[in-house]
Design a protein around this ligand. Structure first.
Ligand code: SF4
Ligand code: SF4
Length: 408
């Protein structure tokens, strides 16, 4: 479509990028059919085509107001629209630019600002998040339902892994600010699986949050700072022969794979960030390149697979986890509308609780339809959200099943 972005915006890298993306959209509306928020609300402005139009208006006429904010806030950033779009429109990147611009135009109420600041100040920092999580778990029985839903049950009995540095083959793992505390069994199982293959899974001291959370909350500079810190922490390990960066949480993986874009305008980091992104793999991609003959679950298990949006739409990694589950003897059950988001979407469950709950209920109904013994996913956010506080079917990371299938 034609665009006339404001000259001051066109003078910036982000403005030019937004202009290119907007021009690639032909407003055909194919993407609307797969948008979860459009399906729930039936409002064109709660679908990708409407949001693209709102962003265009904002970047052209400087007219953004509460309506633009409302509809952009309701977007899950699930990027189902991107995988549907026949024109290859990079909606997710356009939304990032749009949200950053929006924050400079439209004020938020004091309680919205406070909530966003608290999320930014607490969640990406494991020390602070641990305190928040432990307090939440302690108060869980008396919390209102809305809050109880987002506080995970404590995973206990997860032992620390042995030292990983003596392995001749090594990969870099990201412990994850939320995953390392809320679902530590994922990191432990990953190391067990890697070690059984003769590979060490090392965590770089100095690495931390991938930056996805600030990126979603339009705090782009904070996200860039986190990316720079991680590039600095991982680079020496890559130079010392680590084979790859292996991501166990798809929400972190999609962000790290975008580091080349995130730091493209920083000459001191652009090249290394692009190389880090290039060397990043999802755990399923990495394991499919390994010899897993003889890996079998002690007994077959009926599982329903929930593909996180950050894996299937963000990273476009599809079919890999499914292959691994099939190989170890899972009976994988059909799940309707597997392209749809569960409503976790980073901080969405906290910021948009009603829509988030509706999406989760719909996903749980689809996942539970054929009575699985277990739901498995690939992202800590989905895992916690689907488990909620009253899940009838347990929800785990798929790598925990691989750890149980390790040959003895
Ligand atoms: S984003 Fe793609 S599918 Fe959606 S309206 Fe634009 S061109 Fe069509
Ligand atoms: S990212 Fe997801 S919620 Fe947002 S417009 Fe695209 S399909 Fe809809």
């Amino acid at each position: 479509m034609q665009t006339r972005l404001r000259p001051e915006l066109l003078a910036t890298d982000a403005g030019q990028e937004a202009d290119r993306i907007l021009r690639s959209c032909v407003q055909c509306g194919f993407c609307t059919a797969t948008c979860p928020t459009y399906q729930l609300r039936g409002d064109e402005l709660d679908g990708p085509r409407g949001r693209i139009w709102l962003i265009k208006e904002m970047l052209e006429r400087d007219t953004a107001g509460a309506e633009t904010q409302l509809h952009l806030d309701r977007c899950l950033t699930c990027r189902a629209c991107e995988t549907t779009c026949p024109s290859g429109v990079r909606y997710g990147r356009l939304l990032e630019i749009g949200r950053e611009e929006l924050e400079t135009h439209v004020h938020r109420s004091w309680h919205e600002r406070l909530l966003r600041r608290l999320l930014l100040a607490l969640v990406p920092f494991p020390g602070r998040f641990r305190l928040l999580l432990r307090t939440g778990q302690w108060l869980r029985p008396v919390l209102p339902e809305r809050l109880r839903d987002v506080v995970p049950l404590l995973q206990t009995g997860v032992r620390r892994p042995p030292d990983q540095h003596h392995f001749s083959r090594r990969v870099i793992l990201l412990a994850g600010c939320v995953q390392s505390l809320a679902t530590p069994a994922t990191n432990r199982a990953t190391q067990q699986v890697l070690n059984a293959l003769g590979i060490g899974g090392i965590e770089a001291s100095g690495a931390g949050c991938c930056g996805a959370l600030p990126q979603h909350l339009a705090a782009a500079e904070a996200a860039r700072d986190m990316a720079r810190r991680n590039v600095d922490a991982w680079w020496p390990l890559l130079e010392q022969g680590a084979e790859a960066l292996v991501m166990t949480a798809s929400g972190c993986g999609v962000q790290v794979r975008d580091y080349g874009v995130v730091l493209a305008s920083d000459p001191a980091y652009a090249d290394r960030a692009a190389e880090v992104a290039r060397r990043t793999l999802d755990l399923s991609e990495f394991l499919l390149g390994e010899d897993l003959s003889g890996w079998r679950l002690p007994k077959p298990l009926r599982v329903a697979w929930h593909a996180p949006c950050t894996l299937q739409h963000g990273q476009r990694v599809t079919g890999r986890v499914e292959q691994l589950l099939d190989r170890i003897g899972c009976e994988r059950l059909p799940v309707a509308d597997g392209h749809l988001c569960c409503g976790a979407a980073g901080t969405y469950a906290i910021l948009q609780p009603e829509l988030s709950r509706q999406l989760r209920d719909a996903r749980l109904a689809a996942l539970g339809r054929h009575e699985p013994e277990l739901i498995v996913s690939a992202n800590v956010g989905c895992q916690m959200h689907l488990a909620g506080n009253d899940a009838e079917i347990p929800v785990r990371h798929w790598v925990e099943l691989l750890a149980e299938a390790t040959p003895s």
